[in-house]
Design a protein around this ligand. Structure first.
Ligand code: ES4
Ligand code: ZN
Length: 326
């Protein structure tokens, strides 16, 4: 339709996506075969059919199972290349990619294989598609703070190829405060920071992210609406929220797209961006996320353009590069 082509054609950002959550089902089967691994599904349709979740944990269980197919440098290269090609076709001009090394290093994959594969594919996409790209290292909040510190140490040889540090994983019971020293260390080493907060967790976790971790962005952030003082501060400081509407739907953070708080967040003057999170698992890249919001919430063309522009403003780029993207 007209609006679909219009949204796909808009130069967009994807600031909240996980490389290991971007493996399309057929690629997962191909990588499993290549590595001599047996999956519980033998067709792409059967695997896609398993992408039905009750909550964040039920998703994480399947997602960490899927991570097992990423073993060699070539695997990390191929999955990153596939995402970037698809995002480029979707009209993404700037992507910031999370990878969580702990899922792979715990099984003996050397950090070098992971970093070389991902960074090599990113360099190719810059050259072939003209994309602007940044890599962010994400740690797991359901593991310990010393584990996170070890990741920070492991990736320091690639410091100049990493734009930021983030954190995901099982949110409830693992508040930002558990990682205060880790985020201080990340900031001391010159990284931008972001943290998943207020996805399943309460507004208090978003508050901790802002005050204790002093992050530059909040990933998700939906729950902030329960705390009016917090909303005021987030708006006044223009802290970007990387919202992922279809992720929220599929993980039952919202019961339907019509209940999604995107418009409420926008109405409070928050710096809202729309992102894909884990596209095949949640059945949508950035365009589908924007269109789902438009259909359910009645976004105007101006509101869609505003959300897309917010993404460019929230990107971890120099002012010079931001001007070039606008
Ligand atoms: C997540 Cl560790 C991780 N990866 C992908 N998506 C996520 N959502 C919350 N934590
Ligand atoms: Zn995420």
């Amino acid at each position: 339709t007209g609006i679909e082509a219009f949204v796909r054609g808009l130069p967009k950002t994807d600031l909240h996506m996980h490389i290991e959550g971007s493996i399309e089902p057929q690629l997962m089967l191909d990588l499993a075969a290549r590595n001599g691994l047996k999956l519980r599904w033998d067709t792409a349709e059967a695997l896609r059919g398993a992408y039905r979740f009750q909550n964040l944990q039920s998703f994480l269980d399947l997602y960490f199972e899927g991570c097992k197919v990423l073993v060699t440098e070539r695997d990390f290269h191929d999955v990153t290349r596939a995402y970037l090609r698809r995002a480029h076709e979707d009209g993404v001009i700037r992507a910031e990619l999370f990878i969580g090394p702990q899922s792979f290093t715990e099984r003996g994959t050397p950090i070098e294989a992971l970093m070389s594969g991902v960074l090599g594919a990113m360099e190719e996409a810059r050259r072939e598609h003209g994309m602007s790209l940044g890599l962010m290292i994400s740690v797991h909040r359901h593991r310990t703070e010393p584990d996170a510190m070890a990741v920070l140490d492991q990736v320091m040889p690639w410091k100049d190829h990493i734009i930021g540090i983030g954190m995901g994983g099982a949110e409830v019971g693992n508040p930002p405060s558990k990682f205060a020293r880790f985020f201080q260390a990340a900031r001391d080493r010159g990284f931008r920071t972001t943290v998943h907060a207020g996805e399943e967790g309460p507004a208090a976790y978003v508050r901790e992210a802002l005050d204790l971790l002093q992050v530059d962005r909040i990933d998700h952030g939906n729950a902030c609406l329960a705390d009016h003082d917090l909303v005021r501060e987030l708006a006044a400081q223009r802290v970007p929220l990387t919202v992922c509407p279809l992720s929220n739907l599929r993980l039952k953070v919202v019961s339907s797209m019509r209940e999604h708080p995107l418009k409420a967040l926008m109405a409070h003057g928050l710096h809202v961006t729309v992102n894909s999170d884990d596209p095949p698992y949640f059945d949508g890249y950035v365009t589908e996320n924007l269109l789902a919001c438009r259909d359910a919430l009645g976004l105007s063309t101006e509101e869609i353009v505003g959300l897309v522009r917010n993404g460019v403003e929230a990107a971890f780029v120099t002012e010079e590069e931001r001007q070039a993207l606008l």
